[in-house]
Design a protein around this ligand. Structure first.
Ligand code: SF4
Length: 345
């Protein structure tokens, strides 16, 4: 068998076009997503995406850190999450000032993180959020951004957060929004438009992907991120959190997740604002298929029953650096144009 005959003429034409920096059409992206994740065509797809990503980002990667700030039964009631009010079994908690300071100091001493994400529930006490932001901004040097991950925001709140030192916001119109969550899709879109309006960097993700999601749903979500010009796009599979309502639907495997990373990488060709492509949770296959960014995590975590995810499923900053190094990245981007830092293990 000729090795290259494993590639259909249709797949070959789409990959050649993409390698010339022309983004595939929606129907072409759908074709790529429908390939067998375990077949050779998908291997070619992932290889092409890796090459496109390397041309775009070189050997620069991005290291992010997320800290879960508080937990309580969340009114959004996402059926895949640990904190949804229907299935909440965790302790109600808030991070202490000392614990937050310790994480900020860890970020300073271990060097290399681009941004510190502060994770809240869907609803939040805005003055508490501002206090956390101000403490974090005071603790961190200006080469590390602050990014907010919370529920839907008013335009004025997005402005206040920006004035307090926040540079970006993570916001997603999730797969199954309004069906597997109590949030209406229009609210998510409005928040995304508002946070972009005030000049915050928009971090987003194709998530939380489960085995039941169709290729059409996945592509629609990816193309929305491209249309609204995200600062970062990403892929995250849904984790079967024990006790969550959707755990019984199962989990996609890492090869399928990597195939989606590759398709997303091709879909984002030509998106000028894109700084990076992330894979959640960190994994080598995603990082070998177009992604160049992963997250270390601290505190509470919607995908983990541990009270502090550092003692559970999270990767540490050093784990992430080692993983980025293992796929050939040699430097870490820094916020606001500060010089990249080498990856030191
Ligand atoms: S994913 Fe976020 S918004 Fe949804 S239930 Fe969990 S904490 Fe709330």
């Amino acid at each position: 068998m000729n090795f290259f005959s494993a590639l259909s003429s249709q797949t070959q034409a789409i990959l050649e076009k993409s390698l010339c920096n022309i983004p595939p059409s929606r129907s072409e992206l759908l074709h790529l997503l429908s390939l067998d994740p375990y077949g050779m065509e998908s291997d070619f797809l992932r290889s092409a995406a890796k090459s496109i990503s390397r041309k775009r980002f070189g050997t620069k990667s991005m290291l992010l850190c997320q800290t879960g700030i508080e937990s309580f039964p969340c009114s959004a009631d996402c059926a895949f999450c640990n904190f949804g009010q229907s299935t909440f079994t965790q302790e109600v908690s808030r991070i202490s000032n000392d614990a937050l300071l310790l994480i900020n100091n860890t970020l300073i001493h271990q060097k290399g993180a681009y941004a510190h994400f502060l994770l809240f529930m869907h609803t939040f006490d805005f003055s508490f959020m501002l206090d956390i932001v101000e403490r974090t901004r005071k603790a961190l040097p200006s080469n590390i951004d602050i990014v907010i991950n919370c529920g839907d925001l008013e335009l004025t709140q997005a402005q206040e957060l920006k004035s307090a030192g926040v540079s970006g916001a993570y916001h997603v119109l999730r797969l199954g929004e309004g069906k597997d969550t109590t949030i209406q899709p229009e609210e998510r879109i409005k928040s995304i438009a508002d946070l972009k309006k005030v000049g915050l960097d928009w971090y987003t993700c194709c998530e939380p992907i489960g085995p039941e999601h169709t290729n059409e749903e996945i592509i629609d979500q990816i193309l929305l991120s491209s249309e609204y010009e995200c600062f970062q796009n990403a892929v995250m599979r849904r984790i079967c959190v024990p006790g969550s309502a959707l755990a019984s639907r199962g989990q996609i495997d890492l090869l399928r997740s990597a195939q989606i990373v590759a398709v997303l990488t091709l879909a984002m060709i030509g998106n000028k604002e894109l700084s990076s492509i992330a894979i959640h949770e960190p994994d080598l296959l995603g990082l070998s298929s177009g992604a160049n960014c992963i997250y270390a995590e601290f505190g509470i975590n919607p995908r983990d029953l541990a009270t502090d995810t550092s003692d559970g499923r999270a990767y540490s900053l050093q784990d992430c650096k080692a993983m980025l190094h293992d796929v050939g990245y040699d430097s870490l981007m820094q916020a606001h144009g500060y010089t990249d830092l080498p990856i030191i293990l």
